[in-house]
Ligand binder design. Structure first.
Ligand SMILES: *Cc1c(COP(=O)(O)O)cnc(C)c1O
Length: 364
């Protein structure tokens, strides 16, 4: 503002000089507020069409902050396909704390309606889900939540605000791991909560300062920089993913492909209605069980074996032993995560290189 710099400065400061006792110039201490973080929070709120954004040190910290809107004895109904860390938080932190946790088939709004109890305060879903790329009907779930005076929270990390804006469909709160598409370059960890309702905002903002899991100014700056190219990156992620999903679907060594952009996806029509694109995540089941998974992964050259997603470089992940290792084998089976499931985060490299890498690893 003062210099005309076209980028937001990194305010690398922990504290701020005050003009007199009780006369701060708008900032007092960087856990409470920091101009770089505030710029990020405003950018994220604007992308989601919400009034307020609150940035956190990780997606999990953002998730924790939202669950803090609840009290022991309250019930949350969560979708049955979830990021492993969210499941771990619910089962190992919040259930012992006194939260009542139930799960419902994320593709079936009636299953959520049937799980509502007098103490239900929140419906928590991801869509598309991790790792099975299921699609939840946000508008229908918002109606169910409103009827029972519960909050509908959508973890929209897999879609990014470029392809999906849950608040416009009736959700109360949107959560992102900004580590993923929003940051976009696999170089920082962060999370955000976006919402419009005053009371929930004030409570979450209080918690952000009181519990203190805030991102530093440099991390905020990196995410702000990532956001500038979100649109172009998302279009490339999707273009590459759609091409590879179609290729995998026809491949004899592939038993099943999960990608909401395929006509064969059970919620393809719903995805078309509530999203403007299908993003860059694909899961598939390989023929030949676990030995085939190991062989495939070891033959890949371009796709890097790593957790996380949403960066410009392509990654491959084996959910049962990586992102979803918090679920024991029986729980994984119940949720449909098979031992031959592979998850791809398709990057923005040249499609011919990605295709050659996949086909080579599948053994053609
Ligand atoms: C990665 C991820 C999270 C957790 O975010 P972190 O930044 O790793 O703490 C939450 N939800 C989804 C869908 C994710 O992919």
């Amino acid at each position: 503002m003062t210099t005309g710099a076209v980028t937001v400065p990194v305010y690398q400061t922990s504290t701020y000089q005050q003009d007199g006792i009780g006369k701060p110039r708008g900032y007092e201490y960087s856990r409470t507020g920091n101009p770089t973080r505030q710029a990020l929070e405003q950018a994220l709120a604007s992308l989601e069409g919400g009034r307020y954004g609150l940035a956190f040190a990780s997606g999990v910290a953002a998730t924790t902050a939202v669950f803090q809107l609840l009290r022991p004895g309250d019930q949350v109904v969560a979708g049955d396909d979830l990021y492993g860390g969210t499941y771990r938080l619910l089962e190992r932190v919040y259930r012992p704390w006194g939260l009542h946790v139930d799960y419902a088939d994320v593709t079936d709004p009636a299953a959520f309606a049937a799980s509502i109890k007098p103490n239900t305060r929140m419906i928590w879903i991801e869509t598309p889900t991790n790792p099975l790329l299921k699609i939840a009907d946000i508008a229908s779930l918002a109606t169910i939540a409103r009827k029972s005076k519960a909050l509908l929270v959508v973890d929209s990390t897999f879609a990014s605000p470029y392809f999906q804006r849950p608040l416009e469909l009736g959700a109360h709160i949107v959560v992102h791991s900004t580590t993923k598409y929003l940051g976009g370059h696999s170089d920082t960890i962060g999370g955000v909560v976006v919402l419009s309702e005053e009371e929930a905002y004030q409570q979450t903002k209080f918690y952000q300062n009181a519990a203190g899991a805030v991102p530093g100014p440099w991390d905020c700056w990196l995410i702000l920089r990532g956001i500038k190219t979100l649109a172009v990156r998302m279009r490339e992620h999707e273009r590459n993913a759609l091409h590879l999903a179609r290729l995998l679907e026809k491949h004899p060594k592939v038993e099943r492909v999960y990608y909401p952009g395929l006509e064969s996806h059970p919620q393809h029509k719903l995805a078309q209605r509530q999203m403007s694109g299908f993003s860059g995540m694909i899961s598939f089941e390989i023929a030949g069980g676990y030995p085939a998974v190991e062989q495939f992964v070891s033959r890949l050259k371009l796709f890097l074996l790593a957790e996380s997603l949403g960066g410009v470089e392509s990654l491959v992940c084996y959910p049962p032993k990586m992102t979803h290792s918090a679920l024991d084998p029986a729980e994984r089976k119940r949720r449909g995560i098979r031992d031959n499931l592979i998850r791809l985060s398709v990057g923005i490299e040249h499609i011919a290189d990605l295709e050659a890498d996949l086909l080579g690893a599948l053994g053609e």
